[in-house]
Design a protein around this ligand. Structure first.
Ligand code: NAP
Length: 310
């Protein structure tokens, strides 16, 4: 009997405790999914949210993998007690949610929707926005989420630049990498989307110097992680009118403190970390596929590279 323990949000346990046993049985795996265990050495798999109180993995001596329900693993990747393989979450619900958030907010700025939604003077200004094909979007991060967003924007005919650590080829996207690639992307883009993981290399990636490379009036969308952008540098560029707007979903401190200037800045839109959520229905299938692979001795999906930090 394979034993899985769930250390994640109690609010969605009811859903997982229905979905997982049914899917495990369908996959032909005799397994039990529990939230408490007397003998940690008996646990085969840990289903885990990095917000869970469990931080010491030492007692789980026979655990074959820790399966994160989150895509971002910066809170757990450096945990020295975690010696087991760590898998992050990649699922269609997360991806579709992120595509909708990014495309929605990109279109808001591209079309200048605010001009018509908030028009207290009832000004009749028939200026048409440019077409998407005349607008450049830079996607910083071309992983599971960034690539899906880049493809969706390219399908709308935006000129999409993708930037990642390693070179890539994605149809309809001009792929760049390295420092020179970042500078080219920032200098050319009207809209910059940051969909990178938080690692020592990506922290403060958008600092005053790199924000200074951006086009006058350019817009930033950050659904990645708060520390990717230096808050003070962003606020200074917005105050000076160098940047047009920042739409931010993630922050250094969450919930965003009530007195943080982002809340009241006229050029900032705050969304409360809702860009993409892990939905149990899709995520349970990914968990079960990895448990099946683990039991069959096959390679696990979405393994985190501890040295890279993502
Ligand atoms: P992923 O598949 O691991 O992709 C990460 C991308 O970032 C890859 O393209 C990687 O390059 C690139 N990258 C990492 N370090 C880099 C560096 N130093 N320089 C240049 N490129 C670098 O991750 P994902 O699934 O797309 O998720 C991305 C992030 O989104 C997560 O880590 C999380 O922080 C965030 N997220 C936010 C929400 C939300 O609701 N706001 C929800 C889910 C996830 P390579 O391809 O070369 O490795």
């Amino acid at each position: 009997m394979t034993l899985c323990i769930y250390f994640a949000a109690p609010a969605v346990w009811d859903e997982y405790c229905e979905l997982l046993p049914a899917l495990l049985a369908e996959a032909g795996i005799a397994a039990e999914v529990v939230t408490e265990v007397r003998d940690p050495a008996a646990v085969d798999y840990i289903i885990y949210a990095p917000s869970a109180p469990l931080q010491d993995f030492t007692p789980f001596v026979n655990c074959k993998a820790v399966l994160s329900l989150w895509a971002g693993v910066e809170r757990i990747v450096g945990n020295a007690t975690l010696t087991q393989p760590l898998c992050r979450m990649v699922d269609t619900g997360l991806t579709e949610g992120m595509v909708e958030w990014v495309v929605g907010h990109a279109l808001r700025h591209h079309l200048g929707m605010d001009r018509h939604i908030v028009n207290p003077g009832h000004v009749w200004d028939p200026t048409c926005p440019p077409l998407a094909r005349e607008r450049v979007v830079a996607m910083l991060g071309m992983g599971a989420l960034g690539t899906a967003c880049a493809e969706a924007l390219a399908a709308l005919r935006f000129q999409v630049l993708g930037w990642s650590r390693s070179p890539k080829a994605v149809a309809g996207v001009e792929c760049l990498h390295g420092d020179a690639g970042l500078e080219a992307a920032l200098r050319r883009a009207d809209i910059v989307v940051t969909l990178l993981p938080k690692t020592p290399e990506t922290e403060n990636l958008l600092d005053a110097r790199r924000i200074g490379w951006m086009k006058p009036g350019a817009v930033i969308l950050n659904p990645g992680r708060g520390p990717l952008i230096e808050d003070a540098a962003l606020l200074a560029a917005l105050d000076a009118g160098a940047l047009g707007h920042a739409t931010l979903d993630v922050f250094r401190i969450e919930p965003l403190p009530a007195d943080h200037p982002f809340w009241t800045h006229p050029r900032v839109t705050v969304t409360p970390h809702i860009a993409a959520d892990t939905r149990p229905r899709g995520a349970a299938k990914v968990l079960v596929e990895n448990i099946r692979r683990g039991e069959a001795g096959e390679a696990l999906l979405h393994l985190v590279d501890r040295a890279r930090g993502y």
